[in-house]
Write a protein that binds this ligand. Structure first.
Ligand SMILES: [Zn+2]
Length: 260
């Protein structure tokens, strides 16, 4: 939401959105200093929830140094060192989006630090998987890293940006799968419904890409319409767009939805 306008807030509220959660992500440029991350975490935990509250919308967030900026272990170590200061803020659900971008050694090291941080503080985890040709290999490396930590419970981890060739390995390993929706490239509404038709509606949710690239905050309701056009029931759609994310996020005691 830090990259969106007030018009976007209004549109998602009109579409029936009950709450938003946003991961710590890439700002469209590489931040150069630990202080810039510190200020970003203040934005995510204080300023953005206040902005969302003006529209009556609960705002939740995840914290980390995202994989796209995790190539410098010294910077990552400093950023990770002050994340615990923010973990108990009322809108923080966990650690994310951590993961891999280019599947490099440094990214993997920083991923392991984040996994350990989440385990020590008993936090939910949101994982970014690489795009395009790096996705399958990266997803396997991420699953290995998560599985090799003795304290990580797969049902408390969502592995995001799954596509047709990765959704199966994620779900079979016991993790939640996230489909990130884009208007044209990557996972479109039609592909997301295809995936649900093949793999079922358990242990999976979808989210709108809302970043500095071409993306639409209304991608989830648009995908609900795609499901309806194909003849799926209101209950089938509600499970995927509302019940599933609520079930996953309620594992964090701080997550609350407004009464409907
Ligand atoms: Zn991501």
């Amino acid at each position: 939401m830090v990259s969106r306008t007030t018009d976007d807030y209004q549109a998602i509220c009109l579409a029936g959105c009950a709450a938003v959660c946003e991961p710590a992500f890439w700002a469209g440029f590489d931040r150069g200093t630990p202080e810039s991350f510190y200020n970003y975490f203040l934005q995510l935990t204080e300023y953005e929830p206040a902005r969302a509250a003006k529209f009556g919308l609960p705002h939740y967030t995840w914290l980390c140094i995202n994989p796209k900026e995790a190539e410098d272990p010294k910077l990552a170590e400093e950023v990770i060192s002050f994340i615990p200061e923010f973990i108990n803020k009322p809108n923080v659900l966990g650690i994310g989006e951590i993961g891999l971008n280019k599947n490099s050694r440094n990214e993997l090291k920083v991923l392991e630090w984040h996994i350990d941080l989440a385990a020590r503080h008993n936090q939910l985890i949101l994982v970014h998987t690489p795009h395009l040709e790096d996705k399958l290999k990266g997803t396997k490396l991420i699953i290995d890293a998560l599985k090799s930590h003795p304290k990580i419970k797969p049902e408390r981890v969502i592995i995001d940006h799954v596509e047709e060739h990765t959704v199966g390995i994620v779900k079979d390993a016991g993790f939640w799968a996230g489909m990130t929706l884009y208007p044209e490239s990557k996972c479109t509404p039609a592909r997301a419904i295809d995936i649900l038709e093949v793999w079922g509606t358990d242990q999976i949710w979808m989210n709108s890409a809302c970043d500095w690239g071409v993306s639409v905050p209304l991608a989830v309701p648009k995908t609900a319409l795609e499901g309806r056009a194909r003849g799926h029931s209101a209950a089938w759609i509600d499970k995927v767009v509302y019940q599933n994310p609520a079930k996953f996020m309620r594992q964090c005691k701080k997550f609350k939805l407004p009464a409907v």
